[in-house]
Design a protein around this ligand. Structure first.
Ligand code: ADP
Ligand code: ADP
Ligand code: ZN
Length: 220
């Protein structure tokens, strides 16, 4: 099964993608994670993306389309993938349609995660991750069970993203409304859109997504 988690920054895409990855044996493909890895490694793509990401703007379509096209061909994606943070523009969505068609693959469902704007800002400014395993946390909504220690791997090192600050959040939300929100209409018209309440607590959101996936699998 191949799906897209669609929603604004902070909607909970990464949190839920990791859970579905485990429950359904799919691979999470996060263009944000891939770009941050490229920046950290200092690759040519990383150099081109770094400042754009720090400003909260979108990196160019050709960069992310290239990254995704290559990644989908890897053997671990054969069983299916969860796109998290891609596509983000109508041009990316059209390119995805073309490249899936060329590879003889299909998109099963696009799950829109609806979250209030005020909540997004709070979610992003409180977000941090385990520096060792990447498990996601939140200052208020998801603290480690033992203070200062990762639930998953026991590491005591955590990190915060350079772009997760109050100033950049607004630029990122603006980019979302200008460039990405039109995808909701795009996928509605194609008949692949399903919407869920992303304001519910983390476990409840997972349940809603699992329901959609079960439904889609049954219909297939
Ligand atoms: P995205 O990948 O869409 O940008 P994340 O999954 O990183 O979003 O979630 C953003 C922040 O909000 C994280 O700190 C995460 O722990 C927290 N979070 C995710 N889902 C929920 C939820 N349903 N309720 C409250 N906080 C949440
Ligand atoms: P979030 O889900 O919190 O918005 P991401 O990790 O998905 O954050 O993305 C971080 C940054 O990486 C974005 O602000 C943007 O600069 C860049 N980026 C990630 N995915 C894309 C994409 N598909 N197209 C353009 N830029 C992207
Ligand atoms: Zn960890």
């Amino acid at each position: 099964m191949n799906l897209i988690l669609l929603g604004p920054p902070g909607a909970g895409k990464g949190t839920q993608a990791k859970r579905i990855e485990e429950s359904r044996g799919l691979v999470q493909l996060s263009t944000g994670d891939m770009l941050r890895a490229a920046v950290a490694a200092g690759t040519e793509i990383g150099k081109r993306a770094k400042e754009v990401m720090e400003r909260g703007e979108l990196v160019s379509d050709d960069i992310v389309i290239g990254i995704i096209s290559e990644r989908i061909d890897q053997p671990d994606c054969a069983r299916g993938f969860i796109l998290d943070g891609f596509p983000r523009t109508l041009a990316q969505a059209a390119a995805l349609d073309d490249l899936l068609a060329a590879k003889g693959r299909t998109l099963d469902v696009v799950i829109e995660m609806k979250v209030d704007d005020e909540a997004l800002i709070e979610r992003i400014t409180g977000r941090f991750t385990c520096a060792e395993c990447g498990e996601g946390y939140h200052d208020t909504f998801k603290r480690p069970q033992v203070e200062g220690k990762c639930d998953k791997c026991g590491s005591t090192e955590f990190s915060r993203r350079a772009d997760d600050n109050a100033e950049t959040v607004r630029a990122r939300l603006m980019a979302y409304y200008r460039e990405t929100a039109p995808l909701i209409g795009y996928y509605f018209c194609k008949g692949t859109l399903r919407s869920i309440d992303g304001m519910a607590d983390i476990d409840d959101v997972t349940r809603q997504i699992e329901e959609v996936l079960t439904d889609i699998a049954r219909a297939a």
